[in-house]
Design a protein. Structure first.
Length: 195
């Protein structure tokens, strides 16, 4: 099995409530990760993680109303911190682009709302799709709920009924011919939609 050199969080977005922020910090404390939490004067927080080599990994959380938002990137070599960060992204429904760097290739993971949505292998400048999530059930449900055609059919039927009533009330031959022309167009459109 290939030895992972590093994991790079290229784009990370976590949005945490105050309670989730405490849980986020506690998750790292529970797994004996060396960390410092700095509370800045404007309410923002910085979580500073230390890896084995003493390198600092700074996660900046900007306070926006009642949430803390972390957007940025970091490079992690410590396997424990890599696993904790992956668990944090999953547990707190984060979005991220993660590069798992090996000696001869890079595995690129895309996370959406905490779940892996895509995995790509990049080797020798070429990308190969390994996995991509397809929301088939959701797509079918959206397709099922799409009722624009049914609504248009209902509108055309109402127009046809109105035009037929109008045709029966009018005696002028020229106006009846115009109504017949319009009825022909509407029935053709109705036929196309119902087919």
């Amino acid at each position: 099995m290939a030895n992972r050199l590093a994991t790079e969080y290229v784009k990370t977005c976590l949005q945490l409530t105050e309670a989730e922020m405490a849980m986020f910090i506690q998750m790292f404390v529970d797994h004996q990760a060396s960390l410092q939490v700095k509370v800045l004067e404007n309410g923002n927080q910085e979580v500073v993680l230390l890896d084995d080599a003493g390198q600092e990994i700074v996660l900046s959380f900007e306070r926006k109303f009642n949430t803390y938002v972390c957007q940025g990137s970091c490079r992690i070599t410590n396997k424990n911190l890599v696993n904790l960060m992956r668990k944090a992204v999953a547990a707190f429904k984060g979005n991220a682009t993660v590069h798992r760097i090996y000696e001869t290739y890079v595995m690129i993971y895309e996370y959406e709302r905490g779940a892996v949505s895509k995995i790509v292998e990049r080797k020798g400048g070429e990308d190969r799709l390994i996995y991509e999530y397809k929301d088939t059930v959701g797509m079918l449900e959206r397709l099922f709920r799409k009722d624009e055609i049914e609504q248009e059919i209902g509108l055309i039927k109402n127009q046809i009924n109105h035009m037929l009533d109008l045709r029966n009330d009018i005696q002028d031959v020229a106006v009846r011919e115009q109504i017949d022309g319009r009825l022909g167009q509407l029935t053709h459109r109705l036929f196309v939609l119902e087919a």
